[in-house]
Ligand binder design. Structure first.
Ligand SMILES: [Ca+2]
Length: 503
């Protein structure tokens, strides 16, 4: 008589079914490692700029193992301390005119800090930890993390530089291992560099041919190891951009108001030395996560609070809306993200909170105004929005505004104080470095005065006005309808606590 047995494949199916039922009953929430650096242009990296000489093997590996965003932006700033609104937007998911600081504070609900990253993820049962610089940030939100180790570390040694922040993360992971803590984690791994003063380690400064130049009256020594001049370098910005007297354009040690080749290449060398050190520190943290078996269940985000000029367009600082400064690097690696993928994305830093929540199944707070880009990360779409708006009004008013749609970008400049009025129109595919007449490149320039592009200019100006209205921008340009708005009286944002300028 034939013995009744189950076919091995059926047995295997039962085993798989029961294992997936266990998984379904107790899904393990993913961890988040959020890496935020201070003042870094996307064009410092080879994956955004093949001419770059920056070595960043660990960040490059995140890029090849994850997704690169070509159009990630910060929304802007109403103060020279661009970090401050940027970090408020990151923490809260709110847009620039709806923050608890600045002219838009009347548009912000009270106690917003209770709906920022640390508070939201604590409520969701996450273990939360943060290390970052101090100052020009969002102090009430920073302290919502359960474990906080904040200090500004911009020196050239392990104790005074980026290694200090990495040590805090490594210690925290070590304690987690010791305590057998199995809760999912949210680690906010912030670094104080490559923000000036860019005192790199001696080895890395030597690698990039740079010195911590202290003599304002002479340029530093040229060195062939220094990074090349950027393609959009200029010896001076050709017109008053409404914020030429801000600290970053005049007082940064090592640059001051110098824009000569030797000064800019040396300062880029200092920036790269600091950025490579950050890369080394990230490598240490990733290695520990791998050894702990956490890497495969962790979403890793790498970005900066905004970009920086360092000689591009004759500027030094972060108070402008060219792509080198308005854009930020953005890399995301994690479960379900196709390795080596690349998208425009059209995202803001203010979309991060919504995305963190969406990826982890945590409800986003009602105060959030950002849009999750999880569908982009999962390969379902290329971008989350069609139009991007940027602003800067930390100098003369109304200051600068930009709008981008597809390959087209408009930047407007107006100062009611100096009567400056300038317009730039760029086709970014044909002119990715936003070259202008002073760059003397026959193939690329500002198209705003080209009659062939008059219709496009009109269209982009209409888009900008629509975005200014949609986002409650309190200012209007003199050739825009005033919409019945009274321009804000004070030149200074109405901050409860005034930001410590440009730290
Ligand atoms: Ca910054």
């Amino acid at each position: 008589m034939k013995k009744c047995t189950l076919h091995p494949l059926i047995l295997l199916s039962f085993a798989l079914l029961s294992s997936s039922m266990i998984d379904a009953a107790e899904p393990r929430k993913p961890n988040i490692l959020f890496i935020l650096v201070d003042d870094q242009s996307p064009f410092d990296f080879k994956f955004y700029n093949p001419q770059s000489t920056l070595d960043s093997p660990n960040i490059d590996r995140l890029a090849t193992g994850g997704m690169i965003f070509d159009a990630a932006h910060h929304m802007g700033s109403f103060t020279g301390a661009v970090c401050t609104p940027s970090r408020h937007m990151i923490m809260s998911g709110r847009t620039v005119w709806h923050l608890p600081i600045g002219h838009g504070s009347k548009n912000c609900p009270p106690d917003l800090e209770k709906n920022t990253i640390g508070a939201v993820f604590n409520r969701a049962g996450y273990a939360t930890m943060r290390t970052c610089k101090q100052g020009n940030s969002y102090a009430d939100a920073n302290k919502q993390f359960t474990v906080v180790h904040d200090a500004t570390k911009r020196g050239g040694t392990a104790e005074t530089g980026s290694a200090w922040h990495a040590e805090r993360v490594l210690d925290y992971l070590g304690e987690r291992k010791e305590k057998k803590d199995t809760r999912p984690f949210f680690i906010y791994f912030g670094l104080s560099h490559p923000h000036d003063i860019r005192d790199g380690t001696p080895e890395l400064l030597a690698k990039y041919g740079a010195t911590n130049h202290k003599d304002q009256s002479s340029p530093p020594a040229p060195n062939p190891k220094q990074p090349p001049l950027p393609p959009n370098w200029l010896p001076a910005h050709p017109f008053d951009n409404t914020s030429m007297n801000v600290r970053d354009e005049k007082s940064v040690s090592g640059v001051w108001q110098r824009r000569d080749e030797a000064t800019i290449r040396n300062e880029l060398g200092r920036e790269y030395a600091c950025s490579e050190n950050i890369d080394i520190q990230i490598g240490r943290v990733l290695k520990q996560l791998e050894e702990m078996g956490e890497l495969d269940n962790t979403y890793i985000f790498y970005t900066a609070d905004h970009g920086i000029a360092i000689g591009r367009h004759g500027l030094q600082g972060k108070q402008n809306l060219y792509e080198h400064t308005w854009r930020v690097p953005m890399i995301v690696k994690g479960p379900g993200i196709k390795p080596g993928s690349r998208v425009p994305g059209n995202i803001y830093l203010g979309d991060l909170l919504a995305t963190f929540c969406d990826l982890t199944g945590v409800a986003a707070p009602e105060t959030n105004q950002g849009t999750s880009f999880k569908p982009v990360l999962l390969g379902e779409k290329q971008s989350t929005r069609d139009v991007l708006y940027g602003m800067y009004s930390g100098g003369d008013k109304p200051g600068m505004r930009s709008v981008k749609q597809g390959d087209w970008k408009l930047i407007e400049y107006e100062s009611t104080t100096t009567k400056t009025r300038e317009t730039q129109l760029f086709h970014l595919k044909e002119n990715p470095h936003e070259l202008i007449a002073e760059h003397k490149d026959p193939k690329a320039t500002n198209l705003a005065k080209d009659p062939q592009h008059a219709a496009k200019l009109t269209e982009m100006r209409a888009l900008l006005l629509a975005e200014m209205r949609r986002l409650n921008d309190p200012w209007r340009y003199s050739d825009q309808p005033d919409d019945g708005l009274t321009p804000p009286k004070s030149d200074q944002p109405r901050d409860k606590k005034k930001p410590n300028k440009n730290k």
